[in-house]
Write a protein that binds this ligand. Structure first.
Ligand code: C2E
Ligand code: CA
Ligand code: CA
Ligand code: CA
Length: 279
């Protein structure tokens, strides 16, 4: 039995080693990925529930690894966060998404808003506001079309500092959304002080919205609260007509999800923009 135990330990250790080696390799690859141009930005539509019009899109990063193929953000974003590489990656995403959005506007497509995810590390950088300002100026995008998504936990880590950074950002003329709303611990009294435009209901509440009474109650309450605070509200992860109907009945403003489209590479997203033109 003792031997067996030791064997198990050895096995366990070797698995850990493989993970550590693989992790290290992935980290090395990640460091080179920016200069090698391996990141892509995909775009997912955000739809006005009342009119059915596309009024925004979320920029979502993808990593096209030379050997592994497409690496999921669920895998490399946490690694990028731990290593601080999320800062240059996030800046690249912001610049690329703003350039692309401006290019589409200049090409005559209906102007829509672009939402960009900000990581905790980016938000904590003293240079954030000047970097955002530089991206706005250099790409020429009108700030009203730019929306920065911050998670609840980012804003709650140091509330006073978060409010002053959000105020500086919103003074640039752009919008701010609270992402994954409902998963953190935002106090409602803070929410009122935040200079934000939008709450995004996390997809974990949307998934069973038509089946689970608790999720239905939470989503209903978030929508009502957003409206009473004069905030726009977006439901994410909408996959079925039933979910959409539930949201429509409660006057949720926008939705995002596979029901409309998966996140798409720019060339394919452009087809969606083109079909909006013909509407
Ligand atoms: P998120 O910001 O909550 O983004 C929404 C995620 O839900 C995306 O996953 C999207 O593809 C997925 N999704 C959209 N519609 C549906 C649906 O109908 N059903 C389901 N099951 N999923 C749906 P993705 O692209 O894999 O990104 C995962 C997370 O990685 C994001 O969650 C965000 O936290 C992070 N992330 C992605 N791009 C960036 C980035 O540029 N910067 C930073 N800091 N984080 C990013
Ligand atoms: Ca997001
Ligand atoms: Ca989200
Ligand atoms: Ca999420």
């Amino acid at each position: 039995a003792k031997d067996h135990g030791r064997n198990n330990v050895q096995q366990y250790e070797s698995v850990m080693n493989v993970h550590a080696v693989e992790r290290l390799q992935l980290e090395k690859d990640l460091r080179k990925a920016i200069e090698r141009g391996e990141f892509r930005v995909y775009y997912q539509p955000q739809i006005d529930i009342e009119t059915g019009q596309m009024i925004g899109m979320e920029a979502l990063v993808r990593w096209q690894h030379p050997e592994r193929g497409m690496v999921s953000p669920g895998l490399f974003i946490p690694l990028a966060e731990e290593t601080n590489l999320i800062v240059p990656i996030g800046e690249w995403v912001m610049r690329t998404a703003c350039e692309q959005t401006k290019r589409w506007q200049d090409a005559g497509y209906p102007p829509i808003r672009v939402s960009i995810n900000l990581s905790a590390h980016q938000f904590a950088q003293p240079t954030l506001v000047s970097k955002v300002r530089a991206v706005l100026e250099e790409t020429g995008i009108e700030p009203q079309y730019v929306d920065l998504e911050l998670t609840e936990s980012i804003t709650m880590t140091n509330v006073d500092r978060a409010i002053s950074t959000m105020l500086e950002l919103s003074s640039l003329g752009l919008q701010i959304s609270i992402d994954d709303f409902g998963t953190g611990y935002s106090s409602l009294s803070y929410l009122k002080k935040f200079p934000i435009h939008t709450l995004k209901i996390d997809q974990s509440f949307v998934r069973d919205i038509t089946k689970n009474a608790d999720d239905a109650a939470i989503a209903t309450a978030v929508i009502a609260m957003a409206h009473s605070l004069n905030l726009n509200v977006i439901a994410e992860g909408v996959e079925t007509e039933e979910q959409l109907e539930f949201l429509r009945e409660r006057r949720c403003n926008e939705y995002q999800g596979y029901l409309c489209s998966r996140p798409l590479p720019a060339a394919e997203f452009e087809n969606l923009l083109a079909s909006e033109l013909q509407m």
